[in-house]
Design a binder for this molecule. Sequence first.
Ligand SMILES: [Zn+2]
Length: 328
Amino acid sequence: MEYLGLNEIRERFLSFFESKEHVRLESAPLVPREDASLLLINSGMAPLKKYFLGVETPPGKRVTTCQKCIRTPDIERVGKTARHGTFFEMLGNFSFGDYFKEDATKWAWEFILDDLKIPAERLWVSIYQDDDDAFEIWNKNRGVPAERIVRLGKEDNFWEIGSGPCGPCSEIYYDRGEEYGCDNPNCAVGCDCDRYVEFWNLVFTQFNSDGAGTYTPLEHPNIDTGMGLERLACIMQGVGNLFEVDTVQNIMKHIAKIAGVEYKKNEKTDVSLRVITDHIRSTVFMVGDGVVPMCCAVCCAAPRATECCWASSGRSCLKSATLSLTKI
Ligand SMILES: [Zn+2]
């Protein structure tokens, strides 16, 4: 596999889908426009909801984006693990009532195998337990061996966030190898350890949820996919840690320089460096999109204050900051 920089991967993805007649749209701002159900954009699909619901007409039936996203549910784990972060970019290709499972899987496979040249023997897919169509397509049309297709339940393979478009999904995993596995004899796709990395989620949007358990079939099924750019960069760069991806590492190096410390000398310092690197990325992009941090995000961004915040509150500041956002 060829080493690819994060910026190069982003361009490759968007160009690939442009070659499949997708309209490339810019990332929407992190602050949602005319959507009261979300405080911050948390997926590539979120700003496109209006098109999925038919409220507005999309600029094309096929769209591709690289969307800035913020998610804070795992904020307490940021810095302590290799893979948690609050800011990330999500690559996606979308079909508004145009192509469905057949083409979505075909192009995903073509991009992964022919463009990125990830070896097929490293790949696994999961499907929603009742989605026999997806099984047939992966197995017969894409040539994925049956034993490499894992059926998972609703909590893993049925995509929905609050109200809005939702449906069964199919995830693509990269096997980092036995050495990254855990002691569990049943270690497999879906295991919480670092061996199988889920990097691309293909959502087969067939329903609209009212958020209270009612699912109404959409007139035309849609495709919504999401691939974590930093996660894919980890695979293409052979690193197991989001903070070691080229562009993210550059930020950390600069922070270490300002703070006068070195990475990988002391675990406590490393946690702080990772927290500051993550929070700086989130804060900068939020401020850039018009969010005024009320208090804590600012002190979080100041390396010398972080330890005080972190230690005194026992929690990361970004969470309180995102809860007290002011939109301008
Ligand atoms: Zn495991």
